[in-house]
Ligand binder design. Structure first.
Ligand code: FAD
Ligand code: NAP
Ligand code: SF4
Length: 682
């Protein structure tokens, strides 16, 4: 856990993290690599000024080496139609402002070369063999031998162009199941020519790319190779093959070896919030004795103490972080100043970054709505300071109060509760959501830094708000009551009482409502009393079937989830599979977790009533009695805006943000973004 606020600054906290790294022909100023992450800004030339500003803020914030989102070396390798590509000289022009902006802050930047292969979301896709990916509707065309040669040349040409565009190097994306991985793996490479067959033949494509890129771009050019060190797919590479690949890539001329964990089609989470911090650092460390190249560790490294521990253990020479630098562009500067409590920590929710990208929207960040909007959302000093009352210290109120105070307004923040956080105080109790504590720590720190006058345990009425120029109601939501026979039976309880521990449900429980909160409550109920697997890497690997020795093919063994603490039914009225509306990149994890614990998930349910025998329901025209001890209601929420009418009647300037504005489809991403945007305008 990161140090608490108020701890004195200690710049010597992270000696390994902040040490320079000599690459021979150039030196990196510290051990932080900003990992490649597609933001959507790479895909349109018109967005490159925004991309330049986005990277410039991270360079200014102290990161040593940035890797861009993926650019394909040719059209077939586009991630999606007209996605980022670098294959023509005229395309280099748009990159110059990006590389100049980064160099102006003494950081270095590499362009990632990513050929999507059979993961490309368009009909022009190619692959080593004609095998459709389970996560893509398109079937690839198998490359002919000449096509393979042309593709390798395209990589070399793109690297040369990257150099002309001012990049310090390239990263060759050899993992996550993209084209190079598809050549490497017997699972996807069924070729009989010199590019398929035994491991040496399958490796040839990767090593030829590295060799020809090195030849084309010169020896004083950083060449990072992202090596698939743990594939997490059935029939994936075993450890011996991975070591062989690493040595071949080293011999072919790479400068740095970055770690790739899992293919996109893997059914083991690799970066979600429920994955323990640095869970996969052991994979990189296992490779350490086998190569001389500097190694980069990745995945769920989000705070300096975690990064320092990984580096100090000697298993890696750098750490790669992508999302943590979306969340806080000044992450490195804050580590350097010895003030980690000031870091806005990435909570690994994926809600505004990956979920956006997969929905074809520009990435941003739940905890930092300025990410990728640096040219649009700015917190400039206010023209005239106002007296602002913010009622409610949930995510919306916290964001609004701290941004307004940062801009120079005089802000009083009220909450009826005795702690800041609103519903985040419930979310953080869910096993696997421990990272939400970090957001509360960060906002606590921001309140102190910006001089917000915080008044806890203060339920506010309209009369208390006289004397303020502006009132912001961030009073959140109240849980929706249900109207079914027996709704007032003692078995029927609300999720707040359960999560706050006022009710301890019995051995059999039905949950009414299968939205995000219903799923979370399900996880809370089935988890036992021990530490959450997200805090115990060994237990987490058992739950998900990851081979702790990383030796087996694909790094997989049979999953052995611990038995559920209760028998649970998760119900919804709408037809179809519960959880279909959960986050694109994380919904499957919640569904798998509950399935592994035997939770029965039913859609199309009619609630007939609750009585001493349990919950009576009708599904598919047949009536059933669920013999439960408790029924936990997670049926959504209604806005809480009791103060609005009185304030408006008194002619006050009132704004609504977060759940107080709209409770339907509310999440913290919307609450924080809306509140920050309002505070930027006041
Ligand atoms: P709230 O968080 O509800 O805060 C409102 C605050 O106002 C409260 O602290 C309350 O005490 C205070 N208040 C109300 N009336 C008064 C008054 N008259 N005087 C003083 N104070 C008052 N969202 C996500 O994006 N991702 C998740 O993974 C996620 N997980 C969740 C898990 C759980 C178990 C729960 C319950 C919620 C989760 N959410 C998640 C939802 C998220 O927490 C909410 O969307 C968010 O908290 C809404 O923020 P808000 O500031 O609008 O309201
Ligand atoms: P929600 O997603 O709107 O789900 C409410 C559930 O209650 C639905 O399953 C709905 O399904 C059911 N319901 C609605 N009205 C009902 C009624 N009158 N009687 C019985 N059932 C009813 O809301 P939530 O689960 O409370 O979550 C609130 C918000 O928090 C969500 O929008 C979500 O974005 C956010 N959140 C996010 C996460 C995350 O991991 N990203 C986690 C938790 C919460 P039917 O109408 O089909 O019955
Ligand atoms: Fe991290 Fe969530 Fe922000 Fe993505 S949206 S960078 S996962 S905090």
């Amino acid at each position: 856990m990161s140090p608490v606020m108020g701890q004195p600054a200690d710049p010597t906290l992270y000696p390994h993290l902040l040490a320079p790294l000599d690459l021979g022909f150039t030196t990196l100023r510290n051990r932080v690599l900003m990992g490649s992450m597609h933001t959507g800004l790479e895909d349109r030339a018109a967005d490159f000024p925004k991309l330049a500003r986005y990277f410039a803020e991270r360079a200014e914030g102290g990161v040593a080496l940035i890797v861009t989102g993926g650019f394909s070396p040719d059209i077939a390798g586009w991630l999606k139609p007209f996605g980022g590509k670098l294959s023509w000289r005229w395309e280099t022009r748009r990159h110059r402002p990006v590389t100049d902006a980064v160099h102006a802050h003494d950081a270095k930047i590499c362009l990632q070369l990513l050929h999507a292969g059979r993961y490309a979301y368009h009909p022009l896709q190619v692959a080593p063999s004609r095998l459709k990916a389970p996560i893509n509707p398109f079937t690839p065309r198998a490359l002919r031998a000449r096509g393979v040669e042309r593709t390798i040349d395209a990589y070399a040409h793109a690297a040369k162009l990257a150099r002309e565009a001012g990049y310090d190097g390239v990263e060759i994306m050899g993992s996550e199941g993209y084209l190079i991985n598809q050549f490497l793996s017997a699972r996807t490479n069924r070729r009989q020519d010199r590019w398929g067959g035994d491991v040496l033949q399958r490796m040839r494509f990767a090593t030829e790319i590295v060799r020809r890129v090195r030849e084309a771009a010169g020896h004083d050019f950083i060449l990072i190779y992202r090596l698939s060190m743990l594939e997490l797919v059935p029939d994936g590479s075993g450890w011996d093959e991975i070591v062989q690949q690493a040595r071949a890539i080293e011999a072919a001329g790479a400068t740095l070896l970055n770690t790739g964990i899992g293919w996109h089609e893997a059914r083991v989470p690799t970066i979600a919030t429920s994955v323990p911090r640095a869970a996969f650092a052991g994979v990189t460390a296992k490779l350490r004795p086998h190569v001389k190249l500097p190694l980069v560790a990745t995945n769920r490294i989000n705070m300096p103490d975690v990064a320092e521990r990984v580096l100090a253990a000697g298993g890696a020479d750098m750490v790669s972080m992508a999302r943590p630098l979306l969340a806080d562009p000044h992450w490195v500067a804050k580590a350097r100043a010895g003030t980690p409590a000031r870091i806005n920590t990435c909570i690994a929710c994926n809600q505004a970054c990956l979920d956006h990208v997969f929905a074809n929207r520009t990435a941003s960040c739940l905890v930092n709505p300025r990410a990728c909007a640096e040219t649009e959302l700015n917190y400039f000093p206010a023209a005239a300071p106002l007296r602002i009352a913010v009622v409610g210290a949930g995510p919306a109120g916290l964001a609004c109060a701290t941004v307004a105070a940062q801009r120079g307004h005089r802000v009083v923040l009220f909450d009826a509760a005795d702690a800041i956080g609103g519903q985040f105080n419930l979310a953080r109790r869910i096993p696997g959501k421990e990272e939400f504590n970090e957001t509360l720590r960060y906002f606590g720190q921001r309140i102190a830094e910006t001089g917000v006058d915080l008044r806890l345990s203060t339920p506010v009425t309209a009369d208390d708000l006289a004397g303020f120029d502006v009132v912001v109601l961030a009073t959140g939501v109240r849980p929706r009551a249900i109207d079914i026979p027996g709704h007032d039976h003692p078995k029927v309880v609300g999720y707040v009482d359960v999560l706050e521990g006022r009710v301890v449900p019995g051995a059999r429980v039905a949950i009414i409502g299968a939205g995000g909160i219903g799923f979370d409550v399900g996880e809370f109920l089935v988890e036992g009393h021990g530490p959450s697997p997200s805090l115990d890497p060994a237990a987490w690997m058992r739950e998900w079937g990851v081979d702790p020795s990383f030796e087996r093919p694909g790094g997989l063994v049979t999953a052995a989830p611990s038995p559920p603490a209760r028998e649970v039914w998760l119900l919804q009225r709408s037809p179809g599979r519960p959880g279909a509306r959960l986050g694109k990149t994380t919904g499957w994890i919640h569904r798998s977790t509950l399935k592994a614990k035997g939770v029965q998930m039913l859609g199309g349910v009619a609630y007939l009533g609750v009585d001493d025998a349990g919950l009576r329901i009708r599904v598919d025209d047949s009536e059933q009695l669920l013999p439960v001890d408790h029924v936990v209601v997670c049926a959504g929420q209604e806005p809480r805006r009791d103060l609005l009418d009185a304030l408006q009647a008194a002619g006050r300037v009132v704004h609504l943000v977060g759940g107080a504005d709209v409770a339907a489809e509310l999440d913290a991403k919307r609450a924080i973004a809306q509140a920050s945007a309002l505070a930027a305008r006041l």
